[in-house]
Write a protein that binds this ligand. Sequence first.
Ligand SMILES: O=C(O)CCC(=O)C(=O)O
Ligand SMILES: [Fe+2]
Length: 497
Amino acid sequence: EESHCTSVAGMVKLLDLEAQLIDNLEDYAVELEKKLQTVKRSITSLRLENDKARGSTEDYLSNPLNSFSLIRRMNRDLITWQLYLDDPVGLSQVERIQELREHMPTHTDVEEAVTALDRIQNTYGLKVPEIAHGLLNGKQYNVSLTVLDTYAMGQILFDQKNYMAAASWIYQTVVLMDAFSLAAPLEISKNEVRMVYAETLLKLNQLADALKVVNIALTDNPQDIKLLLKKSEIETMIRTGTNNAPPVKAQATVGPTAYQVGCRGQFPPSADSKLYCLYNRTTSPFLILAPLKMELVGLEPYMVLYHDVLSPKEITELQGMATPGLKRATVYQASSGRNEVVKTRTSKVAWFPDGYNPLTVRLNARISDMTGFNLYGSEMLQLMNYGLGGHYDQHYDFFNNTNSNMTAMSGDRIATVLFYLTDVEQGGATVFPNIRKAVFPQRGSVVMWYNLRDNGQIDTQTLHAACPVIVGSKWVCNKWIREREQIFSRPCLKKRM
Ligand SMILES: O=C(O)CCC(=O)C(=O)O
Ligand SMILES: [Fe+2]
């Protein structure tokens, strides 16, 4: 599975593909036009001859040449016409669509895109009508959804049994239908949508509302059998107090979770006076020559932010290196002992060995300078690009030492270094809900934190997540540093727990 929507860079080729589809449709129109012109031209000359004859039928037919010609064309030409009309237009274009379909997004891609948009809505507490009109998290964009978009959202959320969300999107579709006129073959009927809306309300046990919707539809189409049947079905349900839908849980009215608050940029600013900014000239000798702007973000866990670490040229080179090889990111699953594609991490990644090229060598040297860690035995550099609503749900980067096959060689992930290659217009923060810290991507900056405590134990305060991107193409470069090589630079300290 290609999983198109999980990286912005990976979706670029879709636009190219769409252009090919449009060209193909145009070729089809040209073919159709040619045939149409042929038919029209023949009609003119045929009618001319026929009119002339009918002006003086006897005279016309007395001439042997006329009557011969009439007999001949009504037999032989007619057969030719029949064959011509029967010959399908644009078969090669129809075949071309079939070929192109292989590279097109699948139903699974659409489902993933629906889930992503729903995720953006939930995480940031957005309203469906606002999204539909291009108002995203308080910012108006010059783009809006069509009724086909909102209808697909509703239908697929319905199929996923997310009836609450489905109802909002289908209601939005009913509302939008007054303003939209769809052209064949893509038109949908208002009745069909109302019927689906009623069906969704039934799933939510809102019988009276469902009946109202059916009644409104009936005023437009009093004779519609399906609607009449639905009406009596709902009336029976109301009378007998039965509904085959399972009871719905009341929508929780609790406020946003700490994670959601963080994603929305609503954690209070830190009042800790031990947190400050400085030029780091000490972590490694190189920093005496080239000190780095450092901001202490937190002490437990230790977390720092470096600014202006990557140059625009380096960023462009990194993106260029990664783009052709981007693959859906995976997560280590303890249950299977393998790395697997999961719904909780939607991005694409490309891995680069330390000595891949001069840039990776330089980058790794810079990581050592910033952290004081020896990277021998650490994991490869990961270059990641997030896509539509791309995120990484709350997780820890450490394996936890019970997991011996991943940690046997080089130990656990003592620290994480995360470079931000791009600014993200909206969303996409890295959030630490337990310590109530959120780091928003800034092109060229780096966040680094310790996943293990001084005594080598895992630090559960490092729980973190990549919030869904709302608008932007979020690129990060990640390095997971392993603990074994740090035995002398950061020995386990028994006394501090
Ligand atoms: O992209 C981010 O903001 C965080 C990524 C992350 O946590 C990870 O890759 O482990
Ligand atoms: Fe992480």
